[in-house]
Design a protein around this ligand. Structure first.
Ligand SMILES: [Cu+2]
Length: 318
């Protein structure tokens, strides 16, 4: 975990140019899916979609929201491939990374604007560049071998790419080995599935958090909204030592230290959230004090967002 983590930050410093650029995500909201999902065995790659009976109310379908679980789509990642459906109905969707490989893997999904293709994303990533504003990230998770992790996002009609963009233990990018796939989100009709209302809402802006709060130990579910028009954001929860503060740990954080002297391992990570995106993540936290930071860079080479104000501290209690 630690090595992979440093590797990705090095990549930010040396290779990434595109993720700070204005994203245009202006497509109309799609009709919502009439789906309910069930979980699937980890070794299969299935979207389990069960039609929901049509509602009897006369309100326009696009305006109503129903309480239901989002559809679950499994992305089975091995060391050389991603198996996933080629087509997914639009709407609130849980994207689950199932790591069936032998090393840690991440899964990031890009929402590709019209005029660009899945191959465009592959080309950028193979050159170790982040896709530019035409393919904003809509979330990322990571998982150890044999484990899974997931997040929930409202998918809109269009083309998407999914990959593990990180570098393996042998320094070869996973995308270069074929850990990459594209999929299409198709229009769907019926009531929109409402977001879970029983969550902790956090807004991420340029450059601040709102809604950060002390938490009970265990599993906490967050809905995060990126208010920015141009910046990606993320959240890391990093355990603090006795008497240590977030300023001690990240107050003078600069990328030059990454890969060498700065030594930290996040307890939880809420991945890349593109401009305007809204996502839901659950994380498990043990009791203790945590630094909560966004370390993405502003500009290239960039100032870490933590230095610009995206830096907080919380206590997690039994
Ligand atoms: Cu940020």
């Amino acid at each position: 975990m630690h090595i992979r983590f440093n590797t990705r930050y090095l990549w930010w410093v040396t290779g990434l140019a595109g993720m700070f650029i204005v994203a245009c995500g202006g497509s109309a909201p799609p009709a919502a899916p009439t789906v309910a999902a069930t979980s699937v065995p980890p070794t299969t790659v299935v979207v389990t979609v069960t039609p929901v009976p049509p509602t009897t109310t006369s309100a326009p379908a696009a305006m109503e929201q129903v309480e239901s679980e989002p559809a679950v789509v499994v992305f089975r990642v091995t060391d050389r491939s991603i198996e996933a459906p080629e087509s997914i109905p639009a709407g609130l969707t849980t994207i689950r990374l199932q790591n069936d490989g032998t090393v840690p893997h991440s899964l990031v999904v890009f929402d590709i604007d019209e005029g660009h293709t899945v191959d465009d994303v592959a080309r950028e990533l193979t050159g170790q560049f982040w896709p530019e504003s035409w393919a904003p990230a809509i979330g990322e998770v990571s998982a150890e071998p044999g484990e899974s992790n997931e997040w929930t996002v409202r998918l809109e009609k269009g083309l998407y790419a999914a990959t593990d963009w990180t570098v393996g233990p042998d320094q070869v990018p996973h995308v270069a080995r074929g850990v990459f796939t594209g999929f299409e989100v198709t229009a769907s009709e019926g009531p929109e599935i409402a977001w879970d209302s029983d969550v902790i809402e956090i807004e991420l802006g340029d450059f601040f958090f709102t809604g950060l709060q002390d938490l009970p130990a265990g599993r906490n579910t967050f809905r995060l909204v990126n208010l920015s028009d141009e910046q990606d954001h993320m959240l890391l929860f990093v355990p603090l030592g006795d008497g240590q503060t977030v300023v001690d740990m990240f107050g003078d954080y600069v990328y030059e230290r990454v890969g060498g002297t700065l030594d930290f391992e996040p307890a939880a990570e809420i991945g890349w959230i593109g401009p305007g995106q809204e996502v839901e993540y659950s994380v498990d936290l043990d009791p203790g004090n945590y630094a909560v930071v966004c370390l993405l860079p502003d500009g290239h080479p960039g100032t870490p967002h933590s230095n610009l104000g995206m830096l907080g501290q919380i206590t997690v209690s039994e």
